[in-house]
Design a protein around this ligand. Structure first.
Ligand SMILES: *[C@@H]1O[C@H](CO)[C@@H](O)[C@H](O)[C@H]1NC(C)=O
Ligand SMILES: *[C@@H]1O[C@H](CO)[C@@H](O)[C@H](O)[C@H]1NC(C)=O
Ligand SMILES: *[C@@H]1O[C@H](CO)[C@@H](O)[C@H](O)[C@H]1NC(C)=O
Ligand SMILES: *[C@@H]1O[C@H](CO)[C@@H](O)[C@H](O)[C@H]1NC(C)=O
Ligand SMILES: *[C@@H]1O[C@H](CO)[C@@H](O)[C@H](O)[C@H]1NC(C)=O
Ligand SMILES: *[C@@H]1O[C@H](CO)[C@@H](O)[C@H](O)[C@H]1NC(C)=O
Ligand SMILES: *[C@@H]1O[C@H](CO)[C@@H](O)[C@H](O)[C@H]1NC(C)=O
Ligand SMILES: *[C@@H]1O[C@H](CO)[C@@H](O)[C@H](O)[C@H]1NC(C)=O
Length: 519
């Protein structure tokens, strides 16, 4: 049982009327499953693999340095080499380099050819990293998909945890399955069976029972292939599905109408993030859990079609990512794969983002980093979002189970989010995360507000803070987790753990988050 405990939250806005209210530590939602070290995971667009990871004998240091920070904290992210470009990916055993993109003059990628080096580069990842072997379904060719599966199996079978056939089938031409869920399921199973046979037989082969299914977006499309549609259609009748993967993008810059909505106030409206998770994702998630199956957010980020500069490359993205990952942790996602990549010209003809003028990658502004110097994004560097990954990894470490807390009285649900974390056995409160999502912009005249959590007298606790000068801060050198910044990958500064002041009061300023760990 979780001990009932009261925390007082006093909103002490300068000049504004102070609100004293209590935050009950009795969970306001169910308590989640015990989380695994794979919870914080990633998806990398395969066409840009070399920009992020380099070649086997020339690794790109910056991206690995970030992954190492997570491993040092006990996390074991799963890497999905996935995204739209996996659906035009082919394997060429004679190709010397990892990736060759075949593009039109505007940077539209119509083929991504990978060689054995692509798989060999997996050896450069921190010990214990596992991968999703992604296969092309877009070309509608068993040999293309099978050859990718075989190459990954021959070169890296010990590192493959799941296979995935096709990315976002909801976006394929309607002519492929005429909107028929059954036609999709039949073809998916036929490919899977043939690939299982190629990898050693469909009951005993390496890929048997290891398939991600669905990989659908939440967009309304004629083809309905979310898990809630696929499960009744028999996708797992032969036991091939290891996990259901759902893609989550609540905002987009794919066309002007949605671009106008992709603002800092909108992406940080906690009430709306809950609405999206509960309406668009949870019905499928619930059905998988009723079957005792696992589900993952196989690809997600804040703003589809490569983000929005000024929003997703600012500290707002750190607050968004921390809150959304915890929202899905409460709802029992086994892992959440934050997507990394660059602008894809064929995704939309009205989108905000473009590649570099010379056809070089226009890196997505929602990524953890700009991995190399580029004409479009300037110097290689880490973006403000990175610190959110440290917060979530530390919050859910050691098999933590998480529940949402009720919004304290006097604070708006839209602007405040808090979670309690209990140990794996579910008996002891170990941590609290509080995110004050009220917006504080650079140059704002008003003094920065705060919510003060009163923790009472005797509970010893340490506090780590995720903060920045303002919600729209774009310089990662000014964005810190427990006092450290990571702009060039390496931690700058000493770890600053606060202890509660004598009266047990903890201030969480507007646009700031804290992780409190009880001793
Ligand atoms: C908040 O509550 C504490 C404890 O009850 C009390 O001492 C304090 O005066 C209250 N502050 C406000 C602004 O009401
Ligand atoms: C998550 O799983 C736990 C069991 O581990 C269950 O009690 C809880 O209801 C689930 N949460 C949701 C939101 O489905
Ligand atoms: C990678 O970067 C880290 C941190 O800057 C440095 O210690 C290490 O030597 C670098 N490794 C290589 C291979 O450049
Ligand atoms: C795969 O499909 C794409 C898009 O339809 C096409 O441009 C490409 O030529 C195809 N590749 C192969 C090898 O068939
Ligand atoms: C095994 O694979 C073959 C195709 O190679 C397929 O015809 C058969 O239905 C599969 N068996 C099962 C049980 O899935
Ligand atoms: C926040 O989101 C909720 C739920 O979608 C919506 O009703 C509300 O209007 C939004 N608030 C603001 C200020 O945008
Ligand atoms: C698919 O079926 C197999 C065999 O019944 C089962 O072990 C597995 O959990 C199911 N997968 C999911 C995601 O429900
Ligand atoms: C990237 O840009 C920085 C700053 O302009 C420069 O110092 C560095 O040498 C560049 N790196 C490469 C690999 O070109």
């Amino acid at each position: 049982m979780i001990t009932s405990m009261k925390i007082t939250a006093a909103s002490l806005l300068a000049g504004a009327s102070a609100v004293n209210t209590s935050l009950s530590l009795v969970p306001a939602s169910s308590v989640s499953q015990s989380h695994v070290p794979q919870f914080v995971s990633y998806s990398f667009e395969p066409a840009f693999w070399v920009e992020f990871f380099g070649e086997p004998d020339a690794p790109r240091n910056l991206t690995y340095t970030l992954l190492n920070h997570l491993h040092e904290r006990g996390a074991r992210p799963i890497i999905r080499a996935g995204g739209i470009t996996m659906d035009s990916m082919i394997f060429d055993p004679s190709q010397k380099t990892s990736v060759v993109r075949t593009e039109n003059s505007k940077g539209g990628i119509y083929r991504t050819t990978i060689g054995p080096a692509f798989y060999r580069s997996w050896d450069n990842f921190p010990e214990g990293t596992t991968f999703v072997s992604t296969l092309n379904f877009g070309n509608n060719s068993v040999p293309i998909a099978r050859d990718l599966a075989l190459a990954s199996y021959n070169l890296q079978k010990d590192k493959i945890i799941h296979y995935e056939l096709g990315n976002e089938p909801t976006n394929y031409p309607t002519s492929r399955w005429q909107g028929s869920t059954k036609a999709y399921v039949d073809q998916w199973l036929s490919f899977v069976n043939q690939i299982n046979s190629a990898l050693g037989g469909n009951r005993t082969g390496h890929s048997s029972g290891k398939w991600w299914a669905s990989s659908a977006t939440t967009d309304i499309t004629p083809l309905k292939v979310r898990p809630a549609d696929l499960i009744p259609a028999g996708i797992n009748n032969t036991g091939q599905v290891s996990q259901y993967s759902i893609h989550s993008y609540a905002f987009a810059t794919c066309e002007p109408a949605r671009e106008r909505l992709a603002t800092i106030p909108n992406i940080l409206n906690h009430t709306d993030l809950l609405r999206y998770a509960d309406d668009e994702i949870y019905p499928s998630a619930k059905l998988t859990m009723q079957q005792k199956g696992e589900w993952v957010i196989g690809e997600f980020n804040s703003i589809a079609c490569s983000g929005k500069p000024g929003v997703s490359d600012s500290f707002a993205q750190a607050l968004w990512t921390a809150d959304v990952e915890l929202i899905y942790a409460v709802r029992n996602a086994t892992s959440v794969h934050l997507h990394q990549g660059a602008t894809l010209v064929f995704q939309s003809n009205q989108q905000l983002n473009t590649p570099g003028d010379d056809g070089t990658p226009g890196f997505s502004s929602y990524s953890l980093l700009y991995p190399i110097n580029s004409t479009k994004r300037g110097e290689a560097r880490v973006l403000p979002v990175f610190v959110s990954q440290l917060l979530v990894v530390e919050a859910l470490s050691d098999g933590g189970r998480i529940a949402a807390l009720k919004t304290p009285r006097g604070v708006a649900e839209r602007e405040f989010s808090a979670y309690v974390i209990v140990d794996a056995a579910g008996t002891r409160v170990t941590k609290i995360v509080a995110l004050n999502l009220k917006l504080y912009y650079a140059g704002q005249q008003k003094q920065r507000g705060e919510v003060v959590l009163d923790l009472g007298a005797h509970r010893g606790a340490t506090v780590k803070r995720m903060t920045a000068p303002s919600v729209d801060e774009k310089d990662a050198a000014k964005v810190t987790w427990a006092g450290q910044s990571f702009k060039n990958g390496v931690a700058v500064g000493q770890v600053a753990e606060e202890s509660l002041e004598a009266r047990g009061k903890l201030s969480v300023r507007d646009s700031e988050a804290v992780l409190l760990t009880f001793e």
